[in-house]
Design a protein around this ligand. Structure first.
Ligand SMILES: [Zn+2]
Length: 258
């Protein structure tokens, strides 16, 4: 079973959960999106995997309690839902393609100069349902970077905001499709990737120490904030990124003493 800790109140998103679970080949068709995706640059060479993943992006909803929880951590959610992200992609028309990311462990990357959302080609030959979910979650994250200024200048706050997007998308998919939540897939895309951040964001530790350490490890070298992704001032104590900055300071002090 999915470990969704709350009683879900369907009335908040009427109808959102009544459709069949999306499956490759049986994704509920939104003809407008499909048509628009076909018109994206490079669509004629776009793999079905990416087209299906984009369709899934358009369907992502934030589970209401998840969203409230994430917001109170001091995260600025860039999109209300996946439809907003897909609309942005349809407007800004980045290419979405598999590409060689070398030794990078990243699943995807936004490259502004090429107006390109690159998906790690390691995942190219995996068109399982799990992989489609995971790729759609990675695209949701990258669409967060495309939004607002859409520049290459990331920050700890911006990455945190984008990580929250793939986290919410993963929770949504896992809630709707318990088989995905329980998938014992050894695919790194899932185990070490999209399934990791939901664990860290929803860790019962109120200090979110695991998440703080992970973000420092991956993004600690970035500036704290960027003009389009300022650190939110929360009325109740330190925001997540404030906590990250304090931890970085402590780590530096400890190195100095050592
Ligand atoms: Zn990112």
């Amino acid at each position: 079973m999915a470990t969704y800790p709350y009683a879900y109140t369907p009335s908040i998103f009427p109808g959102a959960y009544t459709t069949a679970q999306p499956k490759p080949g049986a994704i509920p068709a939104y003809p407008f999106y499909l048509q628009a995706i076909q018109q994206l640059p490079g669509a004629s060479q776009m793999s079905d995997t990416i087209k299906n993943a984009l369709m899934l992006v358009g369907q992502i909803q934030h589970l209401p309690r998840d969203e409230a929880y994430i917001r109170q951590l001091g995260v600025d959610l860039i999109f209300k839902n996946g439809a907003e992200a897909l609309n942005l992609i349809l407007q800004k028309q980045p290419r979405v393609e598999f590409g060689d990311m070398g030794d990078s462990k990243a699943h995807a990357q936004w490259i502004k100069e090429q107006n390109l959302i690159m998906i790690n080609q390691k995942y190219k030959n995996n068109s399982s349902r799990e992989a489609l979910y995971a790729i759609s979650e990675a695209i949701y994250h990258e669409a967060g970077h495309v939004a607002r200024l859409g520049d290459n200048q990331a920050s700890i706050q911006e990455e945190t905001n984008c990580l929250a997007l793939n986290t919410l998308a993963n929770r949504f998919h896992a809630y709707n499709d318990p088989a995905y939540a329980n998938s014992s897939s050894d695919s790194r895309l899932i185990a070490d990737g999209v399934a990791l951040y939901p664990k860290l964001f929803f860790d019962s530790d109120p200090n979110k120490q695991g998440l703080v350490n992970r973000i420092i490890e991956k993004y600690g070298m970035l500036p704290p904030e960027t003009p389009d992704h300022p650190i939110p001032r929360t009325p109740y104590g330190l925001s997540l990124v404030d906590r990250i900055l304090r931890q970085i300071q402590q780590n530096n002090t400890m190195q100095w003493v050592a």
